[in-house]
Design a protein. Structure first.
Length: 92
């Protein structure tokens, strides 16, 4: 009886964001409306509720929102900033 080993997952190269992206993300977070930051965190938590608290891409356990990288938090902030207009479109 032979045993076939499981296929290896391809390695993903480490991502190092460009410094200007990090600077822009830091600026966005520092100047953000607190209500938008709260909405960003709630959206992130809603995503985690659907994925059982794991990344849908990597399967890694999601950290608390405030422990995410500045790019991740700024990305959710960007989504939160457009959320009101999206929500309004669905209510029409």
């Amino acid at each position: 009886m032979s045993h076939t080993p499981a296929p290896l997952k391809p390695s993903v190269p480490a991502y190092s964001p460009a410094p200007e992206l990090v600077t822009a993300a830091e600026r966005a977070l520092a100047t953000a409306n607190p209500a938008h930051l709260d909405t960003a965190e709630r959206m992130y938590l809603s995503y985690g509720a659907v994925t059982a608290g794991r990344s849908a891409v990597t399967g890694a356990v999601l950290p608390p929102f405030r422990e995410c990288s500045v790019l991740v938090r700024a990305g959710w902030l960007a989504a939160a900033r457009v959320f009101p207009s999206i929500a309004a479109a669905y209510e029409s």
